[in-house]
Design a protein around this ligand. Sequence first.
Ligand code: SF4
Ligand code: SF4
Length: 462
Amino acid sequence: MHDKNQNRDFHHALTVHNDLCIGCTHCMTVCPTQAIRVRNGKAIITANRCVDCGECYKACPVSAIVVEQDDLEMIFKFPVRVILIPSVLIGQFPKKIMTSSIYNALKEIGFTHIYEVENTVDMVLEAGRQYMHEQKERPMISSYCPAIVRLIQVKYPSLIGNIMKVNPPIDMSAMYYREKLKMSGIPEDQIGLFYATPCAAKIAAVKSPVGEIESAVTGVININFLYNRILKFLQRKYTESKPPETDDLLSSRGILWSLTRGEVIHSNGRALAIDGIKNVNEFLENIENEKLDQIDFLELRACDESCAGGILISGNRFLTVERLKNRAEEYKAREDDKNRKLTDGFLNINEHGFLGDIGPRPMAKLDEDFSAALKKLERQRRIMCFLPGFDCGGCGAPDCQTLSEDIVQGNGQISQCIFMQHQMIKQNVLSQSQAVRITDKIWGEGRLEKNCNKLGAEDENN
Ligand code: SF4
Ligand code: SF4
């Protein structure tokens, strides 16, 4: 059950387009893991700190940060093409568009089978209960949001043992559907399972899974791309002949799962749901400092309104939540809503329900060697005595603490700090021209020259 290894490298789904980046630092300011630096007037993402939360993508005023996109054509390599959809795909469409119309449009796009990933939520719930019963660590932290799992790995490694190592519905559904198709006689190499992802973190999780050797998902399709393709079909007044076959294990619990409180409503004991990476960061800091205890379960999601607020969701997140809540109410009225359980035996909780080891990947680790790390820490603290603590970002790093870490790691110099430059010039250890060269390296040549193209800038004398 726990013999699966974690993957070695983090795959990242976000990249900065240098041609578009104007070096405004909006991304650097919002990044929760201090992963961004500015060099030569362009943002650079530090791979070992990034958790693919997408905050930088949302903050960029010129859309210079892009999310990778797999080519839809890749699905046609497989005779059997399954699209695994999260309920938030359906939730983006207005109520008047029937779910069956969306399913039909997906078939027109080229998928042979459609499966809503929340079909396996009851199995995830069962695995979660078993895990909580067996493991005494508290609070247990849900592993549902991959950005949160990575955040804990890089920023709060001491909380790794609190992660509930239960497979999320996407993986559970991929494994289930593959087994089901195989049992119907389809050879495994003919099956492609593609996930419609609402965020960058789930792309990263499929391409470099944590707690699994390999993801059960073949590829990912960005949900905004799919949404636009579906809309095109629907705008052509596409009408369905007969509703396509759906897998009817979806329950009201499944529909609500990816929304905020989707998990905590099933918890016994004291459970909290927190969404938004800033709130989560603050909360985890308190837990790490042992300021909060007696909490049994934490549902932590990186996006506001959880997956309804994913960066690839085109629809308004509040309307998406409303539509899904209405859909869940309809399902609740069904007689068998409470008893929708997988009974065909294609999945086994002990074999498929749990993740393997999840290791720490601390971003603040200064050296592999303990005594070298200690020396670096002492030096870093000494450097902090000199840096002004304004966290102004003028050095191209998000704050003074991060610059001091960069310096001891050999990735920065104290003279990058514009206030230190003044001191150093005064003490004749740095010349004016050296200071200009350092500033140019960070902000790009000519960055400090007059430029009226900026927002709010105008020279009425010209
Ligand atoms: S937000 Fe970041 S990526 Fe976007 S233009 Fe500003 S510095 Fe460049
Ligand atoms: S995706 Fe998140 S963690 Fe990565 S650079 Fe952007 S804001 Fe920072």
